[in-house]
Structures are given as structure tokens and as C-alpha cells.
Design a protein around this ligand. Structure first.
Ligand code: ATP
Ligand code: ATP
Ligand code: MG
Ligand code: MG
Lengths: 254, 254
């Protein structure tokens, strides 16, 4: 199963959600590959892999056809492998424009290796450009993290429109796996209004598990650890574990 | 004076800082044009202009050479005009790749109209693609909002490298106007560490004014108002006013 975490709005918790769901799946002994297609390489560094530490990155697979086998690396966690990003990816959007099958490249490079894993989790950049398009075309389902803030609602229709376009032509199997409300701050009335708004329009998609705004979640990346090992008893860890369980339950109903 | 607010890291407060500095400059009777080149059009909606309300947007100026005069619209605030974005901009990055002078287009469309304003403030998307490049080439100076979080430090070297490349070839006059620390949460030790880190490496660039994390700041966009009118006595408004004053002081020293 290939999940892409996408939302063109910046800073809504795409990376944080991708790495923590990946780590909780690995903790349940699922074999997981995390693919970082964001030039910021935050998923890589949140797992303790410095941005340009790896010799090869997703950039080389997309641009030079380097086999993914040579790129995938082990992380500190059992059952969780990583295909790292690098800064060079920032140029890939322009370099890929003229490529043959430019939207299918990631799907093609994942094809030979995906069967070895139970899950492939793809973290995408904050845009609707070619890298995110590649991530949507390669995926079975897209998970949409939504920050509990007013501006985060604004871009939702644009994202859903893009998903529809992808479903119509590039990837008809693409499903919307769900919408995850993130950074919920119970001190603000606005946050609850945003959740109610999303629940009203997308009752079947919104996950019950709501991720609280929490200092421990923001601190974990500086230790290069996911929450399951950084602070497993924290509210953040419990929320992400509940989300992972919900995701597994939804799969049974497909 | 043309300022661009840029940082490829998502959700760090680019839009919030751009609109509030623009509004405080307008409140001091400076004539200000706010230019929104982010396809999310958050700057437009934070000032009460719905994303596709305007007939024309920056997209039409960049792609169809529609004169900026036809695009600029008045906002509720005196002395603050807006050149709105639209969702169509999301496609502009790909459409612009083959254009002649593709990095200079924004600079060229601003040239005839910029002299009518004391300030042009440009809000850019969370990427280092062609739209942000256009914003850096058009600017006299770039202001870098930095969220007080660990992941926000990660991308700083990549952004500074891009600014250097622009200074070497596309826009030798480009200065770094400063670095603004945003969403400072005094409850977390990490936030202070991030500020100390930035102050250590960039003592001459970091602004003294630090923007606190505050619910009122996040609520203002849902009312379509900048802080100067939404809640002028709030901590957020006072911090943004102090920042604006500091920016004006720095100009005197150039
Ligand atoms: N629930 C949370 N509580 C507090 N901080 C959080 C939470 N989730 C994420 N963060 C922090 O907020 C910032 C943004 O999160 P993250 O980087 O995961 O978002 P993103 O959508 O991947 O951003 P980008 O658009 O830049 O890729 C990070 O500094 C992260 O550590
Ligand atoms: N100081 C603050 N305190 C609390 N919330 C804030 C603050 N500054 C911005 N916000 C909120 O945080 C979110 C991100 O801010 P904003 O949209 O300005 O960042 P951005 O860098 O422009 O994002 P993007 O990368 O998507 O363009 C918004 O919902 C905004 O209302
Ligand atoms: Mg991210
Ligand atoms: Mg913005």
C-alpha cells in the first residue's frame, strides 16, 4: 500500500504525520519504506539522516535513473527504510518539465521495489508542482494533513481539484485515504470551528484522531527520532498511534 | 523600495509578516502595493479579497502581459493596494519555464508602476521555484521570516545559497533586509535555542523584534483584517509595529 501525504499549504504537519505514521507502522512489524520527495529533506533529517549525508537521493533516481536499490538506506528503526531527499531536488521541478512521462517517473522507480514492503509512505513538498504530482500518481491513496487554522481551509478546494484531475487521467485508482486534523490547540475557539467545518463537508474522510499542538512533537526532530521512541507516553505519540490504528482499520473496509 | 518575503519552509509566517508590515507602513501614510505571487493567495484573502474574486491576477500579468494597472485593486485600507494572486498561478511555474527572461518577468511588470508607491511588498510561495525566483529578482531586499522551530533552521542554508546565486547573476543589488523570528512560544526551551542559534550566526541580520505565537494573529485572517485594525492593542500587533519601525530605521542606515 502506497500512501502519499500531501497539502500545498506550508507547515501543516505533512512531514511530522508521514514519519510518525511510518514509525508506528514499523513498530507493528510492518515493513515500511519512507520516500522523501521534498527538497527540504525534513523527513530525512527528522529520522536523523543529515540532508546531504547520503551519496544518492531520490534526485538521482528521478533524473539519472539510478536504481532505487542503491538509494534506499536503513534507519535506526527496525522495519523502517528511507529513500532520502537532497537539496538538488529543488532543481528537479524545472529539469523534469521536458522529460518523457514526467508525471509517472516516481511510480516507475518505485514499481520494482514497492512489493518488498507492506507500506510505502511518501512525504511531499508544499506545492502542487511536478514532485507532488509524481507522488499523487505513484500512490494508492493520499492522506491530507489539515492544520486547525483558518488559512489552512483556504487551499483545500484547490488540492481536491488537483486530486480529481489526477484521478481522471494520470492515476484513476487514487483514493483519498483521509483528512487528519493537526496542531489542534484547545485554547482557541477557531481551531474547533475549523474541525467542525471539515467534519461537516467531509464526514467520511476526516479521521477521528486529532493531533494536538504539542511541544514534544516539535522537539522530536531535533533528536532525529519519531515520537514512538522519543516520547511514547506523550499526548502526541498517543494521537499518532491512534491515527495509525484508524488507518489500518480503514484498510480493512476497502 | 521593494521587499520580498521569502522562505521555502512552509508555514513560517511569510504571509502574516508581509501583510502586517504592509498594513503598518500604510498606517504611517506610506503608499504601499502588496503583490501576492503565491498560488494559495493567502495574502489576498487575509485582506478580505476572496481568491478568485478579482477578474485579473498576477497570473495574467506574468503569462498574458496584462498591464499591472488593470490588476491592482484597492483594499479596505487607505494607502494599501493589492495585486492579487489566483489559483491559476499554480500552473505558472511550468508555463514560465520556456519563457524568454523567465526570471525577470515580475521585475519588468513592476517597473512602470513601482515608482507610484513608497513600498512594494511581495509575498512568495513556500518553494525556491520560478515564482520565488521572480520575487527575488524584482526585489531591493529580501526579508526572511524564520519560525522558532528546529526544522525551520534546516532550510536556511539552502535559502541563503539561492539568494547568493541570485545576487551573483540575476540581481546584484539584492540585499538581505533581515531575519524575523516568528511564532515564538516562551513555554518551550527549543524556541529560545533557535533564536540564539540565528543570533549567533547572523547577528547583524536578525531583527530585535520577535513575533510571539498568538491566537489573535491566527484569527485575524478569518476576519480579512490586518492586526493594526483587527486588534491593535494585542501583543502580535505591537510586535509587528515594532518590526516595521525597526525596518524603517534600518533603511536610514543603508
Ligand atoms: N502537532 C504539532 N504540535 C506542535 N508542533 C508541530 C506539530 N506538528 C508539526 N509541528 C511542527 O510544526 C512545524 C511544521 O510541521 P511540518 O514540518 O511537519 O509541516 P509540513 O507540512 O511538512 O511543512 P512543509 O510545508 O514545509 O513541508 C515543524 O517545525 C514541526 O516540528
Ligand atoms: N505569530 C503567530 N502566532 C500564531 N499563529 C500564527 C503566527 N503567524 C502566523 N500564524 C498562523 O500560522 C499559519 C502559517 O502562517 P502563514 O500562512 O503566514 O505562513 P507562510 O509562511 O506564509 O505559509 P506558506 O508557506 O503556506 O505560504 C497561518 O494559519 C497563520 O495564521
Ligand atoms: Mg514537510
Ligand atoms: Mg504564505
Amino acid at each position: 500500500m502506497i500512501y502519499t501525504f500531501a497539502n500545498q499549504k506550508g507547515g501543516v504537519g505533512k512531514t511530522t504525520t508521514a514519519i510518525n505514521v511510518a514509525a508506528f507502522l514499523a513498530a507493528r512489524e510492518k515493513k515500511v519504506l519512507l520516500v522523501d520527495v521534498d527538497p527540504q529533506a525534513n523527513a530525512s533529517s527528522s529520522l536523523g539522516v543529515a540532508r546531504d549525508a547520503a551519496l544518492y537521493s531520490i534526485y538521482h533516481a528521478l533524473i539519472d535513473q539510478t536504481p532505487l536499490d542503491q538509494i534506499v538506506m536503513l534507519t535506526k528503526r527496525l522495519h523502517l527504510d528511507l529513500a532520502p531527499a537532497s537539496a538538488a531536488l529543488a532543481g528537479a521541478e524545472v529539469e523534469l518539465v521536458a522529460a518523457e512521462n514526467r508525471e509517472y517517473l516516481l511510480k516507475q522507480i518505485l514499481a520494482p521495489i514497492a512489493p518488498r514492503y507492506d507500506y510505502v509512505i511518501i512525504d511531499s513538498p508544499p506545492s502542487l508542482g511536478l514532485l507532488t504530482l509524481n507522488a499523487l500518481v505513484a500512490a494508492d491513496a493520499v492522506i491530507i494533513p489539515i492544520q486547525c487554522e483558518y488559512l489552512a481551509l483556504e487551499g483545500l478546494s484547490q488540492l481536491l481539484h488537483t486530486v480529481e484531475l489526477v484521478q481522471q487521467s494520470l492515476n484513476p485508482q487514487l483514493r483519498i485515504g483521509g483528512m487528519v486534523m493537526t496542531m489542534y490547540d484547545s485554547r482557541t475557539h477557531l481551531a474547533l470551528q475549523v474541525i467542525e467545518e471539515v467534519a461537516k463537508h467531509f464526514p467520511a474522510l476526516i479521521f477521528r484522531s486529532i493531533i494536538p499542538r504539542s511541544v514534544r512533537i516539535a522537539e522530536a526532530p531535533s533528536y532525529g527520532e519519531p515520537l514512538v521512541s522519543f516520547d511514547p507516553k506523550s499526548r502526541g505519540a498517543q494521537a499518532y498511534e491512534a491515527l495509525t490504528v484508524e488507518l489500518l482499520e480503514r484498510e480493512l473496509q476497502i
